[in-house]
Design a protein around this ligand. Structure first.
Ligand code: SF4
Length: 79
């Protein structure tokens, strides 16, 4: 059965300390903005590999500022 999942990636700016870890781990998904907090470069993901990467980076963020939620068939997960 083929499932279609979309991951939504956002940065809680009030939690972000601008460490740059997310950008270092995944420059295709995150970048530090001029305001010294990170931004999600691809706020919606459908590629399973990128979704997995987004979860991994979120788990490594020292302030838990990266939030990844998933919507789609049979899935409702959030970190
Ligand atoms: S790893 Fe977390 S705290 Fe560091 S820049 Fe990225 S979102 Fe901000």
């Amino acid at each position: 059965m083929v499932t279609s999942v979309t991951a939504h990636v956002r940065i809680e700016e009030f939690l972000c300390r601008g460490s740059g870890l997310c950008e270092a781990m995944s420059p295709e998904l995150f970048a530090l903005a001029k305001a010294r907090h990170a931004a999600a470069l691809q706020p919606e993901l459908t590629d399973p590999e990128l979704i997995s990467l987004a979860h991994t980076v979120a788990e490594c963020c020292p302030t838990e500022a990266i939030v990844v939620t998933e919507t789609g068939e049979g899935t409702a997960a959030a970190r």
